[in-house]
Design a binder for this molecule. Structure first.
Ligand code: MSP
Length: 673
């Protein structure tokens, strides 16, 4: 039985998920679902990357501990992956002890191979990438080539990994196993990078409390990329003694191991990761598959570009499967693609509403009418659609194996087009009254229903919730567990056809674009760099005026339900106790350039100690005597060792906090409601 281990990158927890994260996970999920349907043994892993300076800073800015930030974002990921019906077998968090065990073990093995040494490390560092860059890469302006933000000069004692030792081994590997990096253009890129010379890699950081301590080197923390990459084996039990999953999917020659990633993190996966594994004497991934980027306004969608797309508004209205379909149909896997509501709506209307939805509704309605609410009483094994269906099923499989999702879908749509053509040519509606007409009509309609069923089986990995509904509409109430069901002949005769329900109601594009600010190019949701994950929760996004589309038609019950779900009632709101306080004391937190320690009178007798990430925007002295708005019932958290018993509210403008205060002085402790 063929074995597939498929992984997504583990996502950073300093940001809420957006279209890019959703896309990679949909790709991996589609592959996993496809492989399961071929009867293969499958394991699908995703998770979160929680350590490092970036996360620590983000948490600090929000006045919480890194693990609290991680917990919040992880719960959002769980909700979202549920919503998209992701079928992952495991979700790894790098803050888990099981992961740490794996990291310690890989370090032990690399060390046993004498591939670590200590040295002074200096260079230009981008903390967003957690990476040093060469002078050439950052140019005169010293800007990070990925984030286009200033890099900083860093100099410290670190542990180094002898990456240079692996230059030739890696080049040999790419030559012997060109499938190691896909698509080919990326392989060429990686090869050129390695050929240009590999320098040893710093794999620890000094004075970074939020991370895994480097074994045997007090004061050093494992570099986040060595930490993060190891998730692919730690999740399988590597480093914890008996590890049946590790043996089944990694430590074996008969499994295909695929890392699906975005091209932004290719070097880490196609150079560093194999080098670590070679040094540790561990098997390598079969393929690192680097897809392109979703762009908006010709720029990569990302938090740092400030053009984040969170397609919640589309999903609320059209369901996650429509978006899953769009992403995989629209993007040529490996290349970049533009995200726009117009493109989404065009595809939705043309492919789903028109080609699929109308075909299903037409053939089901005709059959119900002709055969008393049932599929036709007779099947047919001799007609021109059979040959097309066979070709399409084979092409579909070939394209899926090559990860050419858009082409696999195009193949299915060819069968749909042929089916429609066939239906129009045979005109079954005219033949009912002819002599022997019922038989001919039965055969024509059965053929059309059957071809549509085959298309829909092929859609199961792409549209895991909708494809079963379409199958049910075609008289197949239980979706098949195998792609063998794409063979001609599977549709039951004389089976009940339920009342047709509208599957993909058409969208009026102009009305949508006009009425949805997000579609017209405005931000679909607050997307400030420093958005406070606890305040701008997804619920807030879902109900923010700019994010709320006016439905073009009556909302479906499901859509209405989703909108209600996203609202909070007044009771829930009042659970957050907001109070006005007067600042009595304000001073910088030692060694922090962001944090201010405040003592705030909330009318409780003794003032409360609060810590706020506002030192870059406010001189602490200027705050004394001011009134501020405080979340008074927030669980206490420690920031740089200082306890904060609440949170000061600020608007966030271009990442700069702007404190809120009442219109006139009020007694300390006055409730805000
Ligand atoms: N934590 C690292 C990965 C460690 S893996 C051992 C990381 N995390 S991330 O949160 O920044 O996620 C990056 C991944 O998200 C990309 O590799 C890609 O899979 C996906 N995308 C993020 N933005 C994207 C687009 N605009 N378009 C498509 N996918 C992109 O890097």
């Amino acid at each position: 039985m063929s074995k597939l281990y498929v992984t997504t990158p583990i996502y950073y927890v300093n940001d809420l998920p957006h279209i890019g994260h959703i896309y990679t996970t949909v790709v991996a999920d589609t592959l996993a679902r496809y492989h399961r349907l071929t009867g293969g043994d499958t394991y699908f892993l995703t998770g979160t990357d929680e350590h490092g300076q970036n996360i620590q800073r983000a948490a600090e800015e929000q006045g919480i501990e890194p693990i609290q930030l991680a917990d919040r974002v992880v719960s959002r990921y769980h909700e979202l992956w549920d919503e998209y019906a992701m079928s992952h077998d495991d979700f790894i968090r790098t803050s888990e002890p099981r992961h740490r065990a794996g990291v310690e073990e890989i370090i032990r093995r690399i060390d046993a191979n004498d591939d670590f040494y200590t040295d002074r490390h200096q260079g230009w560092y981008c903390s967003a990438c957690e990476t040093f860059y060469t002078e050439k890469e950052i140019g005169d302006a010293k800007l990070c080539p990925v984030h286009e933000r200033p890099t900083e000069w860093k100099s410290e004692e670190n542990l180094f990994f002898r990456l240079s030792r692996y230059q030739q081994a890696l080049l040999d590997l790419y030559a012997e196993h060109p499938e190691m990096v896909r698509p080919e253009s990326r392989l060429n890129e990686v090869r050129a990078f390695v050929e240009s010379g590999l320098r040893d890699l710093s794999v620890s950081r000094a004075n970074l409390p939020w991370g895994i301590p480097f074994p045997g080197h007090p004061g050093q923390t494992v570099y986040v990329w060595l930490d993060a990459l190891t998730n692919y084996v730690s999740a399988l039990g590597f480093g914890r003694g008996e590890a049946p999953l590790y043996e089944r999917f990694w430590d074996t020659a008969d499994a295909t191991r695929v890392h699906v990633i975005g091209k932004d993190i290719l070097r880490f996966h196609a150079v560093y990761w194999p080098a670590f594994l070679l040094s540790a004497g561990l098997p390598l991934p079969t393929t690192v598959w680097a897809h392109g980027w979703w762009l908006r306004d010709a720029k990569k969608v990302s938090k740092s570009s400030g053009n984040v797309v969170r397609p919640d508004y589309l999903v609320r209205r059209f369901g996650p499967d429509a978006l899953r379909y769009f992403m995989l149909r629209e993007m040529v896997f490996g290349q970049d693609a533009q995200f726009s509501d117009e493109a989404f709506i065009d595809r939705y209307n043309a492919d789903l509403a028109n080609d699929l939805g109308n075909t299903v509704s037409r053939v089901v309605t005709l059959s119900r009418r002709a055969f008393d609410g049932m599929t036709p009483p007779e099947s047919c094994d001799d007609n021109p659609l059979i040959a097309v269906a066979r070709e399409v099923a084979a092409e579909y499989r070939r394209e899926m194996e090559a990860y050419a999702f858009n082409r696999a879908l195009a193949a299915l749509w060819r069968l749909l087009a042929e089916t429609n053509q066939y239906l129009v040519e045979r005109e079954p509606w005219k033949r009912m009254k002819e002599d022997g007409g019922a038989r001919a009509v039965a055969r024509v309609l059965w053929n059309c229903l059957e071809a549509t069923r085959i298309v829909t089986v092929g859609l199961l990995p792409f549209m895991p919730r909708t494809a079963p509904r379409v199958l049910a509409a075609l008289g197949v109430p239980k979706p098949p567990a195998s792609l063998d069901a794409m063979a001609w002949g599977g549709l039951p005769t004389g089976a009940l056809l339920p009342d047709p329900e509208p599957l993909f109601p058409r969208i009026d594009k102009d009305a949508w674009v006009e009425e949805t600010p997000a579609a017209a190019g405005a931000a679909p949701s607050p997307q400030d760099d420093n958005e406070r994950i606890e305040i701008v929760s997804d619920e807030t996004r879902a109900t923010a005026p700019s994010a709320e589309p006016k439905p073009a038609a009556e909302p479906t019950p499901a859509a209405a339900e989703a909108t209600t779900e996203a609202m909070i009632d007044i009771e829930q709101f009042f659970r957050t106790r907001l109070k006005v306080g007067t600042v009595k004391l304000a001073e910088r937190v030692p060694k922090s350039n962001k944090l201010v320690r405040l003592e705030v009178d909330l009318g409780e007798g003794a003032p409360r100690q609060l810590v706020a990430g506002i030192a870059k925007a406010y001189e602490p002295e200027s705050l004394v005597g001011r009134q501020v708005v405080v979340v008074a019932n927030l669980q206490p958290a420690k920031l740089m060792g200082v306890e904060s018993r609440g949170m000061v509210l600020a608007a966030s403008e271009d990442g700069q906090p702007v404190l809120l205060h009442p219109d006139r002085q009020v007694p300390p402790g006055t409730e805000v409601r």
